[in-house]
Design a protein. Structure first.
Length: 407
């Protein structure tokens, strides 16, 4: 995904630090805003992986730090739940002024409660996703223990949250008394996806049940089995991201937008490998896929290798070519399956090759023909396989011109 660093005007003179994750071609079908968990930041790994899954489906994601957290300005002690909601509305307004209003709101933990509260003030929003969210934001005050009494008596207190110390003021507790979470959820008037782990020991699964039961349709629930509250296991956050992307497109992407034909000059393929590892995102017109390397060579094995994709292209082109030829001839071909194997061999082991020194590539291709075709028709199809465009490209001279993009 492409990444843009942004500064969002917050309350007063404060700025909110934000990142806008875009699909590789920079042309999203829709925009989303992500609200992180209480005392977390936009850089939480779970937020990153969920955003990445969405950009692969051409949904851009704005993730930002609430006031006083991460790289944003301001003092956390002067914030509250309602100020977080204001930050969220400000982020959505900034997105609308610079790009397009967000159609999807995603919130993790208390950020989930915040997106529920903010949705009515963000007119562009069509769908809301909560992840491990409390049904009532006042849940936070109940986790403060003896510090809550100190805050009430002294006006503020130092509290320890996830191993970090923060100052909370009485305004934080006072603001929580002003909200009616049940009415907010009941009157959401947007598609809702509730995601929660049954083993969450920070915000119990009963919160998801309350949110789901209170909300009106359309609503969905997905269990994040065995995940912890922060989705610290990479597999859990990637799964959550994939589910959100698939679910949200029904509500936020107009069907015509995905089918819109690209002009010839935009018929391009883009690939991007990030700063760590070999996982590579690939954008092929309207389609997204990934490439990777096996764990044995330092990859994470989340996708086929570049050579796998190359050989797969030959297989796909071969079977398509056989389909086209059989249809043109009116032959009863029911299916054509192609199995391929790629390996490096010594040139000296290839009797028919001009190159006799060093190594070369060998692709073995096996074709299975299904349908009542006679031997002559099958033999003709075998001959036609060598005429597929990718086969011709691989066996002919290819010129590749490379240049650096100017800054």
């Amino acid at each position: 995904m492409q990444l843009k660093k942004l500064e969002i005007p917050g309350r007063g003179t404060q700025k909110l630090a934000a990142l806008l994750d875009l699909p590789l071609d920079g042309k999203p079908l829709a925009y989303a805003v992500f609200a992180h968990c209480f005392t977390c930041s936009k850089d939480l790994k779970a937020v990153y992986h969920i955003s990445r899954a969405l950009t692969r489906e051409r949904i851009a994601v704005l993730r930002f730090d609430f006031t006083g957290l991460g790289e944003s300005g301001g003092d956390f002690a002067d914030t509250s739940f309602l100020s977080n909601v204001e930050d969220l509305v400000a982020a959505a307004g900034f997105l609308e002024s610079r790009f397009e209003g967000p159609r999807l709101l995603i919130g993790h933990s208390l950020g989930g409660a915040a997106v529920l509260q903010a949705a009515s003030a963000i007119s562009s929003s069509k769908a809301v996703v909560t992840i491990a969210a409390p049904a009532d934001p006042r849940h936070v005050s109940r986790t403060l223990g003896p510090a809550k009494e100190t805050i009430v008596a002294m006006g503020q207190a130092e509290v320890n949250i996830s191993g970090r110390s923060f100052i909370l003021k009485k305004k934080f507790l006072d603001d929580l008394r002003q909200i009616d979470p049940e009415a907010t959820i009941r009157n959401l008037n947007r598609a809702l996806l509730v995601m929660h782990s049954p083993t969450d020991d920070i915000v119990g699964i009963e919160n998801a049940a309350r949110i789901f039961q209170t909300a009106r349709h359309p609503k969905s629930f997905v269990s994040l089995d065995q995940a912890d509250h922060l989705l610290s296991n990479m597999a859990d956050s990637r799964y959550a991201g994939a589910v959100i992307a698939a679910w949200a497109k029904r509500y936020i992407v107009p069907p015509a937008a995905e089918k819109e034909a690209l002009p010839p000059q935009d018929n391009r393929i883009a690939a991007r490998t990030g700063p760590v590892g070999y996982l590579t995102e690939i954008q092929v017109n309207r389609h997204s896929l990934v490439a990777d390397e096996p764990t044995a060579v330092g990859g994470t094995d989340q996708g086929p290798t570049p050579f796998d994709l190359l050989v797969a292209a030959l297989g796909a082109c071969t079977s398509m070519t056989l389909r086209m030829y059989a249809d043109r001839k009116g032959w009863p071909l029911e299916a054509a399956s192609v199995r391929l194997k790629h390996e490096k061999i010594h040139a000296s082991d290839c009797a028919s090759c001009e190159l006799q020194e060093g190594m070369l590539d060998r692709i073995e291709r096996e074709i299975e023909i299904e349908g009542p075709l006679n031997a002559e028709q099958k033999e003709r199809l075998l001959h036609i396989a060598d005429r597929c465009p990718v086969h011709k490209t691989l066996t002919s001279e290819v010129e590749i011109k490379t240049r650096l993009k100017e800054a």
